[in-house]
Design a protein around this ligand. Structure first.
Ligand SMILES: C[S@@+](CC[C@H](N)C(=O)[O-])C[C@H]1O[C@@H](n2cnc3c(N)ncnc32)[C@H](O)[C@@H]1O
Length: 321
C-alpha cells in the first residue's frame, strides 16, 4: 500500500532540473518526493518549483546573509573546522552528503576546501532546500537535492551508497533519541569504508558537572538571538507570501534538543560502528564530532553492529532548564 503510494508520487514528481539553473549547464537535479514512510512532509502551500521561482539571485543573497546572522558568529569557525578535519586531499573528487542541509552551509564549506567534490543535499523543508539548490547552482556545485523527511528510513531510497563524507550541523537534535540512533546506522551504511561522518550539534554537560557549566555558559556571549531568527523568517515569509514558519509544525517535545551529552553523542557513533571517533571541538553550545567507517571491521565493531539497542534513558540526562 505504502509502496503504491510512493510510486504514484514518483510518477507525479519526476526528477527535474533546478529552476534557477535552467539557463546554466549544471547537473544539479531535484528529486521531488512529497512523503516518505507514509508520513506527510510539512507541505508548504507552494511547490518546490513555485518557491524556486520566487528566489531570485538578490533574494538568495539576502536570505543567506540573514541565515548566517541567525546561525551565529561561531558557525563560520565550525564550518571551517568540519571541512579542515576531513582526512582527504583537496584534489579528491569527494562524494558528499549534506544531511538536513537547510540552505546548504555545510556542503558549501566542504566544497570550498574540496573544489572537485560533488555535493548531494537532503532536507524535508521545501523552502530551505530551495535556497540550497539555488545557491549551489549559482556557484556551479554539482550534486542532487532530495526533498525527504528523515523521520523514517524511506529517505534513503535512490540515494547513492558510497559517500566519502556525510556531514550535518544543527539538525540531529531535532530527532527523538531512538530515531537518531537509527539514523546514525543509516548514515554508516551509506558511507564507503574509510568514509567519515562529521557533525556539529548542541550538547549538554553531564549531570554532575551541569551547574558549573551552566554558570560559565551564562557569562559567554549567546550564539543565537530571537531577533535574528525573526529577521530571517520575516524576510522568508514576505518573499513567499505565506507564513512558512506555521508550516514547520510544533516542536516535538521528545526530540533530543540540547539534552544530549557529549558522551551520549559519542555512544551513538560507537553503537553504529564508527571507529575511530574524535571530539573536534566543544564550546558553550555545541560539540563537533567525527567518526570514520572502518576499512576493516574489528571484532568489537562486529559485535556492535550485530545489534545493540539504544534507549532514551541511557543518553539523556534530566532536563536541565
Ligand atoms: C537549524 S537547520 C540547519 C540547517 C543546516 N544544516 C545548516 O547548518 O545551516 C535544521 C534543518 O534540519 C531539517 N530537518 C529537521 N527535521 C528534519 C527531518 N525529519 N527530515 C529532514 N530534514 C529535517 C530542517 O528542515 C532544517 O533545514
Amino acid at each position: 500500500m505504502r509502496r503504491q503510494k510512493m510510486n504514484r508520487l514518483n510518477r507525479a514528481h519526476p526528477p527535474a532540473a533546478c529552476g534557477l539553473c535552467a539557463k546554466r549547464a549544471t547537473s544539479h537535479e531535484v528529486a521531488f518526493v512529497k512523503t516518505t514512510g507514509g508520513k506527510s512532509v510539512s507541505a508548504a502551500p507552494d511547490s518546490l518549483e513555485q518557491i524556486q521561482r520566487k528566489l531570485s539571485n538578490d533574494n538568495l543573497a539576502d536570505l543567506l546573509e540573514l541565515w548566517s546572522a541567525e546561525q551565529g558568529r561561531a558557525k563560520k569557525r565550525d564550518l571551517e573546522l568540519i571541512a579542515a578535519a576531513l582526512p582527504f586531499s583537496p584534489q579528491q573528487r569527494l562524494r558528499v552528503l549534506d544531511l538536513c542541509c537547510g540552505p546548504g552551509d555545510v556542503g558549501r564549506a566542504i566544497r570550498s576546501r574540496f573544489p572537485k567534490s560533488r555535493i548531494d543535499c537532503v532536507d524535508r523543508d521545501a523552502f530551505l532546500i530551495s535556497i540550497c539548490i539555488g545557491v549551489n547552482c549559482r556557484e556551479g556545485i554539482s550534486g542532487n537535492a532530495f526533498l525527504r523527511d528523515l523521520s523514517s528510513k524511506a529517505w534513503l531510497r535512490e540515494l547513492p551508497r558510497e559517500y566519502d563524507v556525510v556531514a550535518t550541523a544543527n539538525a540531529l537534535h531535532w530527532f527523538k533519541p531512538r530515531r537518531a540512533a537509527a539514523l546514525f546506522g543509516e548514515v554508516f551504511q551509506r558511507l564507503r569504508p574509510g568514509g567519515v561522518f562529521v557533525f556539529a550539534e548542541p550538547a549538554s554537560a553531564e549531570k554532575r558537572l551541569a551547574s558549573g557549566f551552566a554558570e560559565w555558559k551564562a557569562r559567554e556571549p549567546a550564539r543565537y538571538s530571537r531577533e535574528n531568527w525573526e529577521r530571517f523568517w520575516s524576510r522568508a515569509n514576505e518573499l513567499l507570501g505565506y507564513d512558512h514558519t506555521r508550516q514547520l509544525g510544533p516542536r516535538d517535545p521528545g526530540r533530543i534538543d540540547d539534552r544530549m551529552s557529549v558522551p551520549g553523542w559519542i555512544k551513538l557513533l560507537k553503537n553504529s560502528g564508527f571507529e575511530p571517533i574524535d571530539v573536534l571541538l566543544r564550546d558553550a553550545d555545541e560539540v563537533i564530532l567525527a567518526g570514520a567507517k572502518p576499512r576493516k571491521f574489528s571484532p568489537s565493531s562486529r559485535r556492535v553492529l550485530a545489534g545493540k539497542r539504544i534507549g532514551r534513558r541511557k543518553f539523556l540526562p534530566a532536563r536541565q532548564h
